[in-house]
Design a protein. Structure first.
Lengths: 129, 129
């Protein structure tokens, strides 16, 4: 693999990555990459992130089976933001069971849920996930 | 305006915001919001961000005229990421003159420019911008 163009130094080791559905163009989620997650994502063509809460690599789908196949990888003009265009296995990216993490719209000061969950998180991740 | 649901504390004051074109669904850019930028964006229905390099509010389009009209605002499941769906005046969001900041694709270890610039930055921002 060639030299990684991403500027991890500037952003204290973590770079935001936007995850977009390759067919609908919907934004599914936003996560973070460290250098290791970037390298594993590229090597395996899967969505692999760095979990800030768990402070370790997060191979999306390792619990739920809902992994992500990378169709396209794009890097922004400043080398400090990444776009993954993916095929989302299972159809839902959000741990709440929604297709997209952005299932709520801000309308006149209120958050309105505009999309229904596709699965019950307790059935996928187990109780008290 | 109601209470802001965003958790600025968790992210040291800055929350990533994804900016998506309302027609093509293309990702135009990714920026950051502090509380002030969020409030001004919502109040004015314009893309207003916090510039990390200049450490102040950045009213997108104030130099170039290429401002952004907010069509839809979405918040993610964790209240720490925002999606602005916008109409991009002038057609180009990137300071390089490209429609999208993600005009380069990562292909087998090489960054390939897949989109052409729509304007010459020196004509819009002046020489040595």
């Amino acid at each position: 693999m060639s030299e990684c163009p991403l500027d991890f130094e500037k952003t204290k080791g973590l770079i935001p990555v936007i995850v977009q559905d390759f067919e609908s163009k919907e934004i599914l989620m936003q996560a973070y990459l460290n250098k290791e997650a970037w390298e594993e994502s590229i090597r395996t063509s899967r969505g692999v992130y760095f979990s800030r809460s768990r402070q370790k690599l997060w191979r999306k789908g390792e619990s739920s089976g809902n992994y992500q196949i990378l169709k396209e990888v794009r890097i922004d003009c400043d080398n400090d933001s990444v776009l993954f265009v993916v095929e989302q296995i299972g159809g839902a990216a959000c741990h709440t069971g929604h297709k997209s993490c952005y299932y709520r719209r801000w309308e006149d000061g209120i958050l309105v849920e505009t999309d229904k969950a596709l699965f019950n998180p307790e059935e996928v991740y187990g109780p008290g996930h």
